[in-house]
Design a binder for this molecule. Structure first.
Ligand SMILES: [Zn+2]
Length: 198
Protein backbone atom coordinates (compact mmCIF):
# COMPACT_ATOMS: atom_id res chain seq x y z
CA UNK A 1 0.00 0.00 0.00
CA UNK A 2 2.74 2.43 0.93
CA UNK A 3 4.63 1.53 -2.24
CA UNK A 4 1.72 2.73 -4.33
CA UNK A 5 1.85 6.18 -2.71
CA UNK A 6 5.59 6.53 -2.11
CA UNK A 7 5.31 9.54 0.20
CA UNK A 8 8.11 9.79 2.75
CA UNK A 9 6.10 10.84 5.81
CA UNK A 10 2.64 9.34 5.16
CA UNK A 11 1.54 5.74 5.18
CA UNK A 12 -1.69 4.10 3.99
CA UNK A 13 -3.42 2.22 6.81
CA UNK A 14 -5.74 0.11 4.67
CA UNK A 15 -6.22 -0.76 0.96
CA UNK A 16 -7.58 2.15 -1.12
CA UNK A 17 -11.23 2.48 -2.05
CA UNK A 18 -11.53 3.06 -5.77
CA UNK A 19 -13.91 3.35 -8.69
CA UNK A 20 -13.31 4.00 -12.39
CA UNK A 21 -12.03 7.53 -11.89
CA UNK A 22 -10.97 8.05 -8.27
CA UNK A 23 -8.91 6.46 -5.51
CA UNK A 24 -9.13 7.24 -1.80
CA UNK A 25 -6.44 6.26 0.67
CA UNK A 26 -6.74 6.46 4.42
CA UNK A 27 -3.37 7.68 5.63
CA UNK A 28 -1.51 8.63 8.79
CA UNK A 29 1.82 10.21 9.59
CA UNK A 30 4.59 7.63 9.29
CA UNK A 31 6.07 8.59 12.66
CA UNK A 32 4.93 10.74 15.60
CA UNK A 33 6.80 14.03 16.14
CA UNK A 34 9.97 13.63 18.22
CA UNK A 35 9.94 16.91 20.11
CA UNK A 36 7.75 19.79 21.20
CA UNK A 37 8.25 22.67 18.70
CA UNK A 38 7.93 25.18 21.59
CA UNK A 39 10.37 23.86 24.21
CA UNK A 40 12.06 20.84 22.60
CA UNK A 41 10.87 18.37 25.24
CA UNK A 42 10.57 14.80 23.96
CA UNK A 43 7.63 13.46 25.98
CA UNK A 44 4.37 14.13 24.16
CA UNK A 45 0.81 12.97 24.66
CA UNK A 46 -1.78 12.41 21.92
CA UNK A 47 -4.31 15.20 22.35
CA UNK A 48 -6.94 14.97 19.59
CA UNK A 49 -7.24 14.35 15.86
CA UNK A 50 -9.23 15.43 12.83
CA UNK A 51 -9.86 14.16 9.33
CA UNK A 52 -8.32 16.20 6.55
CA UNK A 53 -8.58 15.65 2.79
CA UNK A 54 -5.29 16.04 0.95
CA UNK A 55 -5.18 15.66 -2.84
CA UNK A 56 -2.25 13.86 -4.43
CA UNK A 57 -0.87 12.99 -7.87
CA UNK A 58 -3.10 10.73 -9.99
CA UNK A 59 -2.30 7.01 -10.09
CA UNK A 60 -2.99 5.18 -13.39
CA UNK A 61 -4.95 8.27 -14.51
CA UNK A 62 -7.23 8.05 -11.46
CA UNK A 63 -7.56 11.09 -9.19
CA UNK A 64 -6.11 10.42 -5.76
CA UNK A 65 -7.41 11.73 -2.44
CA UNK A 66 -5.75 11.07 0.91
CA UNK A 67 -7.99 11.00 3.93
CA UNK A 68 -5.49 12.00 6.56
CA UNK A 69 -6.12 11.29 10.20
CA UNK A 70 -4.15 14.22 11.54
CA UNK A 71 -3.09 14.17 15.15
CA UNK A 72 -2.66 16.92 17.68
CA UNK A 73 -0.14 16.50 20.48
CA UNK A 74 0.34 18.03 23.88
CA UNK A 75 3.74 18.58 25.46
CA UNK A 76 4.08 17.09 28.92
CA UNK A 77 6.58 19.77 29.91
CA UNK A 78 5.20 23.13 28.74
CA UNK A 79 1.61 22.08 28.04
CA UNK A 80 1.49 23.57 24.53
CA UNK A 81 -0.51 21.73 21.88
CA UNK A 82 0.32 21.47 18.20
CA UNK A 83 -0.76 19.67 15.01
CA UNK A 84 1.78 17.26 13.59
CA UNK A 85 3.76 18.75 10.72
CA UNK A 86 4.05 16.96 7.41
CA UNK A 87 6.85 17.90 5.07
CA UNK A 88 5.13 16.39 2.02
CA UNK A 89 1.95 18.49 2.41
CA UNK A 90 1.31 22.04 1.21
CA UNK A 91 -0.94 23.34 3.99
CA UNK A 92 -2.23 26.36 2.10
CA UNK A 93 -3.69 24.25 -0.72
CA UNK A 94 -4.42 20.99 1.16
CA UNK A 95 -2.46 18.96 -1.37
CA UNK A 96 0.87 17.21 -1.54
CA UNK A 97 3.80 19.35 -2.61
CA UNK A 98 4.40 17.04 -5.55
CA UNK A 99 0.84 17.64 -6.79
CA UNK A 100 1.33 21.39 -6.36
CA UNK A 101 4.46 21.20 -8.51
CA UNK A 102 2.61 19.17 -11.14
CA UNK A 103 -0.23 21.74 -11.29
CA UNK A 104 2.30 24.56 -11.67
CA UNK A 105 3.86 22.76 -14.63
CA UNK A 106 0.59 21.67 -16.25
CA UNK A 107 -1.03 25.09 -15.96
CA UNK A 108 1.68 26.53 -18.19
CA UNK A 109 0.39 24.51 -21.14
CA UNK A 110 -3.19 23.40 -20.36
CA UNK A 111 -6.39 25.23 -19.48
CA UNK A 112 -7.36 25.38 -15.82
CA UNK A 113 -10.39 23.17 -16.55
CA UNK A 114 -8.19 20.50 -18.15
CA UNK A 115 -5.92 20.51 -15.11
CA UNK A 116 -8.96 20.38 -12.82
CA UNK A 117 -10.23 17.27 -14.60
CA UNK A 118 -6.93 15.44 -14.55
CA UNK A 119 -6.02 15.99 -10.87
CA UNK A 120 -9.41 16.45 -9.16
CA UNK A 121 -8.67 19.88 -7.68
CA UNK A 122 -11.27 22.55 -8.45
CA UNK A 123 -10.58 25.12 -11.14
CA UNK A 124 -10.41 28.04 -8.70
CA UNK A 125 -7.62 26.32 -6.76
CA UNK A 126 -5.75 25.58 -10.00
CA UNK A 127 -6.07 29.26 -10.92
CA UNK A 128 -4.75 30.35 -7.51
CA UNK A 129 -1.82 27.93 -7.67
CA UNK A 130 -0.96 29.36 -11.08
CA UNK A 131 -1.23 32.96 -9.80
CA UNK A 132 1.05 32.25 -6.84
CA UNK A 133 3.50 30.54 -9.15
CA UNK A 134 3.61 33.44 -11.60
CA UNK A 135 4.08 35.92 -8.74
CA UNK A 136 6.97 33.83 -7.45
CA UNK A 137 8.54 33.67 -10.91
CA UNK A 138 8.19 37.42 -11.32
CA UNK A 139 9.95 38.04 -8.00
CA UNK A 140 12.70 35.58 -8.93
CA UNK A 141 13.35 37.14 -12.28
CA UNK A 142 13.25 40.81 -11.35
CA UNK A 143 16.93 41.46 -11.33
CA UNK A 144 19.53 42.89 -13.63
CA UNK A 145 18.63 44.59 -16.87
CA UNK A 146 19.65 42.39 -19.81
CA UNK A 147 22.36 43.51 -22.19
CA UNK A 148 20.44 41.87 -25.04
CA UNK A 149 16.70 42.14 -24.51
CA UNK A 150 14.36 39.72 -26.27
CA UNK A 151 10.76 40.82 -26.89
CA UNK A 152 8.36 38.03 -27.70
CA UNK A 153 4.97 36.60 -26.89
CA UNK A 154 4.02 33.44 -25.05
CA UNK A 155 0.55 31.84 -25.00
CA UNK A 156 -0.53 30.94 -21.49
CA UNK A 157 -4.10 29.66 -21.15
CA UNK A 158 -4.70 30.75 -24.74
CA UNK A 159 -3.89 34.35 -23.88
CA UNK A 160 -0.94 35.96 -25.64
CA UNK A 161 1.35 37.60 -23.10
CA UNK A 162 4.38 39.79 -23.47
CA UNK A 163 7.58 38.01 -22.49
CA UNK A 164 10.87 39.83 -22.14
CA UNK A 165 13.96 37.67 -22.05
CA UNK A 166 17.61 38.02 -21.26
CA UNK A 167 19.02 36.52 -24.45
CA UNK A 168 22.58 36.39 -23.21
CA UNK A 169 21.67 34.45 -20.06
CA UNK A 170 18.73 32.57 -21.62
CA UNK A 171 16.34 33.47 -18.82
CA UNK A 172 13.01 35.24 -18.57
CA UNK A 173 13.22 38.87 -17.52
CA UNK A 174 9.49 39.61 -17.38
CA UNK A 175 6.09 38.18 -18.22
CA UNK A 176 3.14 40.57 -18.52
CA UNK A 177 -0.59 39.69 -18.41
CA UNK A 178 -1.08 40.71 -22.06
CA UNK A 179 0.89 42.05 -25.02
CA UNK A 180 -1.08 45.21 -25.79
CA UNK A 181 0.93 48.08 -27.26
CA UNK A 182 0.36 50.20 -24.12
CA UNK A 183 1.58 47.37 -21.90
CA UNK A 184 4.73 46.93 -23.98
CA UNK A 185 5.50 50.66 -23.97
CA UNK A 186 4.79 51.03 -20.26
CA UNK A 187 6.89 48.04 -19.21
CA UNK A 188 9.85 49.04 -21.39
CA UNK A 189 9.74 52.61 -20.09
CA UNK A 190 9.87 51.27 -16.52
CA UNK A 191 13.36 49.86 -17.07
CA UNK A 192 15.33 52.61 -15.37
CA UNK A 193 18.78 51.71 -16.68
CA UNK A 194 17.64 50.91 -20.22
CA UNK A 195 20.64 52.62 -21.77
CA UNK A 196 22.46 49.47 -20.65
CA UNK A 197 20.50 47.49 -23.26
CA UNK A 198 22.52 47.24 -26.42
ZN1 LIG B 1 6.89 21.90 25.23
Amino acid sequence: MTDLLCISDLTAIEPPQENDTDMMFKVEAFEPPERCPECGFDKLNKHSSRKQLIMDLPIRLKRVGLQLNRRRYKCRECGSTFWERLISVDEKRSMTKRLLKSIQEQSMSKTFVEVEESVGVDEKTVRNVFKDYMALKEREYQFETPKWLGIDEIHIIRTPRLVLTNIERRIIYEIMPNRNKETVIQRLSEISDRTYIE
